[in-house]
Design a protein around this ligand. Sequence first.
Ligand SMILES: [Zn+2]
Length: 287
Amino acid sequence: MLVNYLGANGQVRCVGVDSLEVLKNAARIHSTSNVATAAFGRTLTGALILTRHLKNKDDILTLQIRGDGPLGGVVAVTTSDCKVRGYVINPDVTLPLKDGKLDVGGAIGKGNITVVKDFGLKEPYVGSVPLLTGEIAEDLAYYLAVSEQIPSLISLGVLVKGNEVLASGGFMIQPLPNTDEEIIVELEKRSMSFPPVSQLLYAGATIDDVLNDFMRGFSMERLEEVETSYACNCSRDRIIGVIASLGKDGLAEIIEDDEGAEVKCHFCNTAYYFNTDELKKINDELE
Ligand SMILES: [Zn+2]
């Protein structure tokens, strides 16, 4: 679930997401290792939080983390109504713990964080900055500050035990233009000592509790609540489009092999099978 508040008499935007169910589904579909689940959860949650920067119902946002670490990278794609999907490039990577924690930064390594906003226009908006730590929350805040000139405090967290996801969520606190300087200083101070969001959620707090706790002492106006879900929009027709993009030359080879073709959706692992006759038909329509 995503919740959106205006805090401190309209001076601060506060967005919170509890992504436990989303991540449970994502981790099951992609059979992610512990550290991959943590990176995946933070990325899915970050993308959901950023949906509040979209304006229209049909806008689509992609958050992409690419690094030279063993995980390779993580991608999350979300609609503005919070139907999110994604994948991890190497989902079965395992790494030793670092300071008792899952080493997401080590798994991702050095690279870039990229945000693509598709408003249904000819060219999507694309912004990209180098990763600071690969821990994702800091990287996302850095991206917003540098690429969109929006200062933000971002916290993202995932708690896993064995293969079980125990908690997943995050929040973003954003001073709007003209926010009093004392408020900004106070919120920055709080962010230094605030407990990890995954621990608060695991201990039974709701995402509303987390935001209200962070903003204690300030007014909070709850603007909206949006259901979140892990959902793919793939279909046989879309996959036909992917096969057609191989072109006549690419298709000729597969048709000659006469073994058909199986194409798996990156996002939900659904397998689509096409026999040689069906491939010929796609080929025939390619003029
Ligand atoms: Zn799919």
